[in-house]
Design a protein around this ligand. Structure first.
Ligand code: CA
Ligand code: CA
Ligand code: CA
Length: 574
């Protein structure tokens, strides 16, 4: 009987995805020594939440598990899967938790966490008072007697489960190709939001016509139909002039394209999903959307976001600013980002970028591989970092690709890497969302748990080892200097090239001026990514700098903006 094991794997799947994504196994050609690292993190998260829900509601573990399942939406079969898992594994978890075993012990007993020979013991919570070996053996004895644990313990692929197969395929295909799952006319633009749909690039206004898509030069001035999806088409009955010609000709429309990593795609795990004290039915409403966007929220990102910020900050994304500057730019955005992306693997998905050199408007391309060239989860982190030489050759390759694909008159801006030492400095002694209830898990604990399992998104900066943090920052600086050198020395025929520092220190100062604290700019669950506020503040710094130094990049303000608004309203929205 193999399926129960798979079912149990399915629930943590929700929580595993992020860590999978962070550690970028898709690009990992060397299998991690702790092959079960992600399962271990997922198990510890889920069991912690169950334990804390029981504590918050002063309920039994059984009731707490049912409560958690009842909160989950039915979409993607989340609720059903949860109940199946409880049926199969609830009894063991109940037995262990009611004997005061913590999540680490439970997950080691159930073998989601394993201590490989010669490897350290990985745990999130403080170790039990009795020796670990004794505690674990006792727990295993108890579970052995349990009738429910007579299944195969071999690791299996959850995607082989019939009811998860389809979801898995959808997610896998979207992740692999970075092109929309639903795209009838195959122009890489979709009418469906997630699975690389319009959350990632402008919505297709005609999904049965591959020659109608955002960013193209209007076909015959869009007299009969909107060929570039900017919502502007038809003829002004007063003078017989096509609106697209009247409002957009000479306005130099342009799109915004991001080549980025998880930070650019706005990776975000909602703290509500793991905070027992605030958990309710509302907490998981957005989980299915997030899962089908690879736990990214590009629709709220600083570069290509088009929705109003959820954080109360009033700064707009770069895309919204370009649209405001020239309404002819409506829907012309592409977020070509991937979790785990770096200069070294961009070539594997750059072809998902859509720009026709002859038919489309020029674009502003932002190259922002801000971490993964120095960040990895390996315990010997430094030798795995990209060298300046390797960076140079891959970035030149990328730029040559862009030069042969971007319309003439485009602009490319290379972003430098930040100095990530602010992560440890600002977070290490703060409580992680899982540790807030009982004041037992700080970010220092959380980081060391991920490092131990070798699934950390950035061993180099998320480490108590100051020498390692300094080395990581030094390499990041060298890589930034290499990018700067390329930008000042190299010329390309179809675009101008610029370099910009990734000024995290600058936005920290700006945030402090507004009365905020630096730690409030970092994603609370992963303790690594810039959050929505940081992303929008960075966009603000970016915009102001470009406006001041290279205004030609942004193009002119379109004097017809208010008329476009009058005739076309929201231009078909996003
Ligand atoms: Ca399409
Ligand atoms: Ca189309
Ligand atoms: Ca149009």
């Amino acid at each position: 009987m193999k399926s129960p094991r798979k079912l149990l794997m399915a629930a943590p799947l929700l929580f595993l995805l992020p860590f999978h994504a962070l550690a970028s196994p898709a690009y990992d050609d060397q299998p991690a020594r702790h092959s079960n690292g992600h399962s271990c993190v997922g198990c510890v998260l889920v069991v912690s939440v169950i334990e804390q829900l029981a504590q918050v509601h002063n309920s039994t573990v059984q009731a707490s598990m049912e409560r958690l399942c009842s909160y989950l939406p039915e979409k993607l079969l989340l609720k059903t899967t949860c109940y199946l898992v409880v049926d199969m594994f609830g009894p063991d978890i109940i037995t262990l938790l009611s004997m005061d075993k913590n999540a680490d012990v439970v997950c080691h007993t159930l073998e989601f966490c394993k201590q490989d020979p010669g490897q350290p013991l990985c745990h999130l919570y403080p170790l039990p008072k009795e020796t670990w070996k004794f505690t674990l053996e006792k727990a295993r004895q108890i579970v052995k007697k349990s009738p429910t644990l007579k299944y195969s313990r071999s690791d299996s692929n959850i995607c082989s489960l019939p009811f998860l197969a389809k979801i898995c395929e959808m997610i896998k295909s979207a992740i692999k190709n970075s092109v929309p799952f639903k795209d009838v006319d195959s122009d890489k633009y979709s009418v469906f939001p997630t699975l690389r749909g319009y959350h990632w690039r402008g919505r297709d206004c005609n999904d049965s016509n591959g020659m109608a898509y955002p960013g193209r030069r209007p076909d015959n001035w869009d007299i009969h139909q909107d060929s570039n999806c900017n919502g502007i088409w038809g003829v002004d009955p007063k003078d017989g002039i096509p609106y697209e010609k009247k409002f957009c000709e000479g306005s130099q429309p342009r799109g915004i394209i991001l080549l980025g990593d998880s930070a650019g795609a706005h990776f975000h795990i909602s703290p509500e999903w793991i905070t027992a004290s605030q958990m309710s039915l509302k907490s998981f409403v957005n989980l299915p959307t997030a899962i089908t966007d690879e736990l990214n929220w590009p629709q709220l990102s600083g570069i290509t976001g088009f929705l109003n910020s959820t954080s109360g900050i009033t700064e707009d994304s770069i895309y919204l600013r370009l649209r405001k500057r020239n309404r002819c730019n409506h829907r012309d955005y592409q977020n070509i980002s991937k979790n785990g992306a770096s200069s070294q693997n961009l070539e594997k998905f750059i072809e998902s970028l859509s720009r026709n050199q002859l038919l489309d408007h020029p674009a502003i391309v932002i190259y922002a591989m801000i971490g993964n060239d120095v960040c990895n989860g390996k315990s010997d982190s430094v030798p795995k970092m990209t060298t300046p030489e390797k960076l140079y050759s891959k970035v030149m390759q990328t730029l040559k690709y862009l030069n042969s694909h971007l319309p003439n008159g485009s602009h490319v801006i290379l972003y430098g890497l930040p100095d990530g030492t602010f992560l440890w400095d600002n977070l290490h002694n703060k409580y992680h969302p899982l540790g807030q209830l009982n004041k037992d898990v700080t970010y220092a604990h959380f980081y060391s748990f991920l490092n131990c399992l070798q699934v950390s998104p950035c061993q180099g900066w998320m480490s108590s080892n100051e020498t390692l943090r300094t080395l990581t920052s030094q390499r990041a600086e060298q890589l930034s200097n290499t990018l700067k050198k390329i930008a000042t020395r190299k010329k390309f025929t179809n675009f101008n090239l610029f370099y910009m520092d990734f000024d995290f220190q600058g936005i920290i100062k700006e945030w402090q001026k507004r009365g905020g604290q630096p730690w409030q700019l970092i994603e609370p669950v992963d303790g690594f990514h810039p959050n929505e506020v940081a992303s929008l503040l960075l966009a603000d710094v970016f915009w102001k700098k470009v406006q001041l130094q290279w205004p030609q990049v942004l193009g002119k303000e379109n004097p017809f903006n208010s008329q476009i608004e009058k005739v076309f309203g929201e231009q078909g929205g996003h």
